[in-house]
Design a protein around this ligand. Structure first.
Ligand SMILES: [Zn+2]
Ligand SMILES: [Zn+2]
Length: 358
């Protein structure tokens, strides 16, 4: 048997064969049914790799079944249906001990470390059929939850979930979403689920149409001269929004979102502009932009590990599932990745799921 790995570079994406991984210690091999795309289409567009990536180490989301269990891995057996949460956190820093998001672990390791620890030449990344995962990053999914809906526990309903929980978002809040792609749309679904009033700040026609279908309350075009007044008019006494969720990672929207936040309000950065690397900088005037309004800026990239059980329960909600069906625009064999990346880079796709076995 051989593993199947998606190799990506600028303008290139092809499934290649690699040796099957064997799990050591507390690792488990998962046969993935879905390996969803997150932001990897940007690698295809720019050829820019992040520190944890290489042409054969891209992708981080997944769902599937337990295939092989390492000698020290507890609580799982072959055939268990599971969701894979990303990364290999240390398990003992204050982030890990506190049940917070493993992506923010102070000693996070990445695909090459996973493969080295298992003496394997493949399986450390997300875009592969047979994937090596530390047991602590797996969570069982109930039989009545389809793989498709479970996969939304990754960077869709999952990566936008803990920010809502940590800030106790509810019906009393007016929230802004700036820079609306698939993360923005998923943020919209989580906000709607919690009963908040939602304003979308965006200009892409197709994406605003999707926002409308998902139930956004108001849409404001960031290019309008009075965009800030329009937003404030939708808030009590014109004070500004309680929370702004920036979902693009670009300073253009970060600045506008901060300006739209009320005094004592909070800007939460969910966006990630990976293709710009470390050159992307937001020139923020802290005195007048932040301090005088007593505003808070924070961020969130992934679901807290102590929210996983509740997240899976949320994904069983038929309303959430209906929304996920709208957010996932393409369900394709991994061999058709080039076509999917082209569509994504032309903003003609939302969330794309790959089937790694095909
Ligand atoms: Zn992701
Ligand atoms: Zn840690």
């Amino acid at each position: 048997m051989r593993n199947r790995v998606l190799k990506i570079d600028k303008g290139f994406a092809q499934v290649v064969e690699a040796p099957m991984p064997t799990p050591m210690n507390d690792f488990i091999v998962v046969k993935q049914h879905y390996a969803p795309n997150c932001i990897e289409h940007r690698v295809y567009q720019t050829g820019y790799f992040e520190f944890h990536e290489s042409p054969v180490h891209c992708g981080h989301e997944g769902v599937g079944e337990v295939w092989d269990v390492g000698p020290m891995a507890k609580g799982f057996e072959k055939g268990d249906r599971v969701i894979v949460f990303q990364g290999w956190p240390c398990g003992h820093c204050h982030v890990c001990e506190g049940g917070l998001s493993p992506t923010h672990c102070v000693d996070l390791k990445y695909p090459k470390h996973v493969e080295a620890a298992n003496k394997s030449a493949s399986g450390g990344n997300g875009f592969c059929e047979y994937r090596l995962v530390p047991a602590a990053m797996l969570h069982k999914i109930p039989d009545d939850l389809s793989f498709k809906h479970a996969a939304a526990g990754n960077c869709l309903i999952g990566c936008t979930y803990s920010a809502m929980r940590d800030h106790h978002i509810g019906p009393e809040h007016v929230c802004l979403i700036g820079g609306v792609g698939f993360v923005g749309h998923a943020t919209l679904v989580n906000l709607k689920h919690r009963g908040a009033t939602i304003i979308a700040l965006g200009r892409h026609e197709g994406r605003m149409k999707t926002a409308t279908e998902l139930g956004v309350d108001h849409i404001v075009n960031p290019e309008a001269n009075d965009w800030l007044d329009q937003i404030k008019d939708f808030t009590p006494n014109g004070r500004g929004v309680d929370y702004a969720f920036e979902c693009s990672g670009y300073p253009y929207y970060q600045q506008k979102c901060l300006e739209a936040v009320k005094h004592y309000g909070t800007l939460i950065l969910l966006g990630y502009a990976a293709n710009e690397g470390s050159d992307l900088k937001w020139a923020l005037n802290t005195e007048y932009g932040l301090c005088w309004g007593h505003k808070t800026i924070t961020s969130h990239f992934d679901v807290n590990s102590n929210h996983r059980t509740d997240l899976i329960q949320t994904l069983r909600d038929p309303w959430i599932q209906k929304m996920v069906d709208q957010l996932v625009t393409h369900d394709l064999p991994m061999s058709r990745a080039p076509e999917a990346f082209e569509l994504l880079n032309q903003k003609e796709a939302g969330k794309v799921y790959f089937r790694p076995g095909e």
